[in-house]
Design a protein around this ligand. Structure first.
Ligand SMILES: [Ca+2]
Ligand SMILES: [Ca+2]
Ligand SMILES: [Ca+2]
Length: 225
């Protein structure tokens, strides 16, 4: 076979045989996909640690459908912040991650429908190691992504989180209308008591409503008079 024959054979392979092989491979792959059982690991059986970064420690783990699509997500609070694993039809994959604020640690993870719209929110409580500064981050699913429900108005205007002094924010339906309010604690300079602004859901945002009680400022033992 001279070089011209070899070139013709190669051309024939490229033009005729190669596409046929490609088609048969594609069919085989399609059949494989069609007949492969999709093994859905139960969230509790998943090796969650394998999704985390080296040295990242699991603090709390919850399973809930937080984007309201019918599949359960795995929500993990860790030493570095928050990790959400979502089911993509074949596997769990990391769908989003939020880092803990500088100088704070995650203190509690809570999944609940705080604003009564039928979709669960992710509530991440953080605290400084000395317990003086607390914060509540509320993540809510909106259409195709997660947004932060941040406080509007009052002393927390412009803050990303519901920041609170000495005590974690309190979530309670104060007026009995079925939707929970968020109460934070704010230190007043030179005063022994804390103001407690109340943020109320107005259908769109948590808006400053009022403050209507105060309570004694927490003092570490080392500062007691
Ligand atoms: Ca889901
Ligand atoms: Ca909700
Ligand atoms: Ca209420």
């Amino acid at each position: 076979m001279d070089i011209i024959d070899k070139a013709i054979m190669h051309l024939l392979f490229v033009l005729i045989l190669n596409p046929l092989l490609a088609i048969s491979c594609t069919k085989a792959e399609e059949e494989l996909i069609a007949f492969s059982p999709i093994i859905s690991p139960k969230p509790g059986e998943l090796d969650v640690q394998s999704f985390l970064l080296p040295g990242e420690e699991i603090l709390q783990q919850e399973v809930a459908d937080i984007d309201n699509d019918g599949d359960e997500e795995i929500i993990i609070s860790s030493s570095l912040g928050l990790v959400v694993l979502s089911w993509n039809g074949y596997n769990y994959v990391e769908s989003w991650r939020a880092e803990v604020a500088v100088g704070k640690k995650v203190s509690e993870l809570n999944i609940r429908d705080i604003n009564g719209d039928g979709i669960l929110e992710v509530l991440l409580f953080e605290a400084s190691p000395d317990g003086r500064e607390h914060a509540l981050y509320i993540y809510a699913w909106r259409d195709t992504t997660y947004v932060l429900l941040n406080p509007k108005g009052g002393v927390l205007e412009g803050h990303e989180a519901f920041d609170s002094a000495y005590y974690p924010p309190i979530i309670r339906d104060l007026d009995g209308n079925g939707i929970e309010e968020i109460i934070v604690f704010v230190e007043r300079p030179q005063v022994k008591y804390l103001n407690c602004p109340v943020y109320e859901w107005d259908g769109q945002v948590y808006r400053y409503n009022d403050f209507f009680f105060v309570m004694p400022r927490f003092r570490p033992k080392s500062e007691s008079e």
